[in-house]
Ligand binder design. Structure first.
Ligand code: PGA
Length: 237
């Protein structure tokens, strides 16, 4: 990665990530921030919310954009990225609905939903920050390892490993498909924050430090983005 910043543990990594979010939102109270979900950014978001409150940071003009979503779940299902973002960010920060851009997990026509999202995303004047985690299989958003990747938002057949994601353990629905931003949308971020943490990912460690780029580990493509900072939890990588 262009910029690797090591932290002793998950708490340390999360504090650094929250610092970056605070800086970007302070510099631009109308910032557009793409939000990954899952265990990697959870604590960073909690620290960010608590600092926004205690430091009086005005977040009412910030736009939040959902990075990806599981298809076939009610949006109110606790397994959804939608539920996660509302619980961890929108509700505690009091963000209004018009400041949230999101995929519909139950869209009757998922391809049309991708087209609708692409148009809404393209209308944003700029994207200030994209937050990302790394999948156990090296995926980025739900861009799964493959011999090719997609530039724009698209639907995806999930790999077996992704279907066992922690977020899906408590839903009764068998989730096999997802919807995700593509690489071009992710690369629109002026800054990107990649959080390297979580179990069963140590096999991906060399990719962080060597020069390889491969669609078989999609997060490696971020080495091509000059504004990407990777915060690494030493206990995981
Ligand atoms: P995690 O998921 O943050 O819960 O480890 C990351 C991902 O699957 O992309």
């Amino acid at each position: 990665m262009n910029k690797l910043v090591y932290a002793e543990n998950y708490d340390g990594m999360s504090a650094l990530a929250a610092d970056m979010m605070v800086r970007i939102v302070r510099d631009n109270p109308r910032a557009v921030v793409v939000i990954a979900t899952g265990g990697s950014p959870r604590l960073a978001y909690r620290i960010f919310c608590s600092r926004a409150k205690s430091e009086g940071i005005d977040v009412s003009g910030v736009t939040f954009v959902k990075l990806d979503e599981w298809l076939g779940l009610e949006p109110t299902d606790e397994a959804t990225c939608e539920f996660f973002i509302r619980r961890e960010l929108l509700d505690p920060l009091g963000i209004s609905e018009d400041k949230f851009i999101h995929f519909d997990s139950l869209a009757p026509d998922a391809e049309a939903e991708c087209a609708r999202f692409r148009a809404e995303f393209d209308a944003l004047p700029a994207v200030d920050l994209v937050t990302l985690g790394i999948g156990k299989n090296g995926h980025l958003g739900l861009n799964e390892p493959s011999d090719h990747l997609f530039t724009r938002a698209h639907t995806v057949e999930l790999e077996a490993k992704t279907r066992t994601h922690d977020m899906l353990t408590h839903t009764g629905v068998n989730v096999t498909r997802g919807i995700t931003m593509g690489l071009a949308e992710i690369f629109r971020g002026k800054e990107i924050m990649l959080l390297a943490t979580g179990g069963e990912k140590a096999h991906l460690k060399d990719y962080l430090t060597d020069g390889r780029i491969t669609t078989e580990a999609p997060f490696t493509l971020l080495k091509l983005h000059p504004g990407c900072t990777c915060f690494v939890d030493r206990t995981a990588f």
